[in-house]
Design a protein around this ligand. Structure first.
Ligand SMILES: NC(=O)c1ccc[n+]([C@@H]2O[C@H](COP(=O)([O-])OP(=O)(O)OC[C@H]3O[C@@H](n4cnc5c(N)ncnc54)[C@H](OP(=O)(O)O)[C@@H]3O)[C@@H](O)[C@H]2O)c1
Length: 193
C-alpha cells in the first residue's frame, strides 16, 4: 500500500534541445557562462536546506557510473548519506553503505518499498530511468532545469516515451546563470495503488 504523503520527483538538468548528456555520456557542456541580469542567485544555504528535504534517490546504472567517475576525479558524491537505489542487472562496485542495487519491477520498488518508507523520493536520471518512471505512471512531479546551450544530439531527458503525458506548470524560476528551472505536476498518472 503506497504512502499517500509520498512524492516522486524526477529531476535533471538539460540543454535547451532536451538532452541530459551527449551520446557518449559526457556532460562537459554543463559549464555554461551566460549571465541573465534579471535572474535570481542560487543561495547555497537554501540549496543545502532543500537537499535535506529529499529522503532518498533512485538512479540508473549509467548515472551511477557517471557519479562514481566524478567522485574518482575528486568532485565528490552529490547524494550525501541519503539512501540511493541504483537500478542495474549487472554487478557494479558498491563504494558506500547508502547505495543499494535493485533489479526488476520498478513499480514494486516505488509503490511497494519506497513510498511506504520515504516521503520525498527523487529520481535523478538518466533518460532511460526517467522514461521508465513516467511510462509506468510513477512520477508526481517533473523538475526540468534548462541550461542556456544547444548540443544538437545526445541522451534525451525522457527516453522511449510511448504516449503523451499531460503536465501542469507549477513554478518557473530564472537564475543569474541563465538556467531556467521549470516545475510541473504530472496530471492523470496511473501508478497509484
Ligand atoms: N543532466 C543531468 O542532470 C543528468 C542527470 C543524470 C544522468 N545524466 C547523464 O545521463 C547519462 C545516463 O543516462 P542513460 O539514460 O544512458 O542511463 P540511466 O537511465 O542512468 O541507466 C540506464 C540503465 O539502468 C538500468 N536499469 C534501468 N531500469 C532498470 C530496472 N527496472 N531494473 C534494473 N536495471 C535497470 C539498466 O542498466 P544495466 O545495464 O546496468 O542493467 C539501464 O541500462 C549519463 O551520461 C549521465 O551523466 C545527466
Amino acid at each position: 500500500m503506497a504512502n499517500t504523503d509520498s512524492r516522486v520527483t524526477i529531476h535533471m538538468v538539460a540543454s535547451l534541445d532536451g538532452f541530459v548528456a551527449r551520446k557518449d555520456g559526457s556532460v562537459d557542456w554543463m559549464e555554461t557562462s551566460d549571465e541573465f541580469a534579471g535572474g535570481e542567485t542560487m543561495d547555497p544555504g537554501f540549496v543545502e536546506a532543500f537537499l535535506k528535504t529529499i529522503d532518498c534517490y533512485v538512479m540508473g546504472s549509467r548515472t551511477y557510473e557517471t557519479a562514481l567517475s566524478f567522485e574518482a576525479k575528486g568532485l565528490g558524491w552529490s547524494y550525501g548519506d541519503k539512501p540511493t537505489f541504483v537500478l542495474t542487472r549487472r554487478d557494479l562496485p558498491r563504494t558506500r553503505n547508502s547505495v543499494e542495487f535493485y533489479s526488476g519491477d520498478l513499480t514494486q520498488l516505488v509503490n511497494g518499498r519506497l513510498r511506504p518508507s520515504f516521503r520525498s523520493i527523487w529520481f535523478v536520471g538518466g533518460g532511460v530511468v526517467s522514461g521508465e518512471c513516467l511510462r509506468l505512471g510513477l512520477a508526481d512531479e517533473v523538475r526540468y532545469s534548462i541550461l542556456p546551450i544547444l548540443i544538437g544530439d545526445g541522451i534525451r531527458f525522457f527516453e522511449r516515451l510511448d504516449s503523451d503525458v499531460a503536465l501542469h506548470l507549477r513554478e518557473v524560476k530564472a537564475y543569474k546563470s541563465g538556467m531556467v528551472a521549470l516545475s510541473y505536476e504530472v496530471r492523470g498518472r496511473s501508478g497509484e495503488s
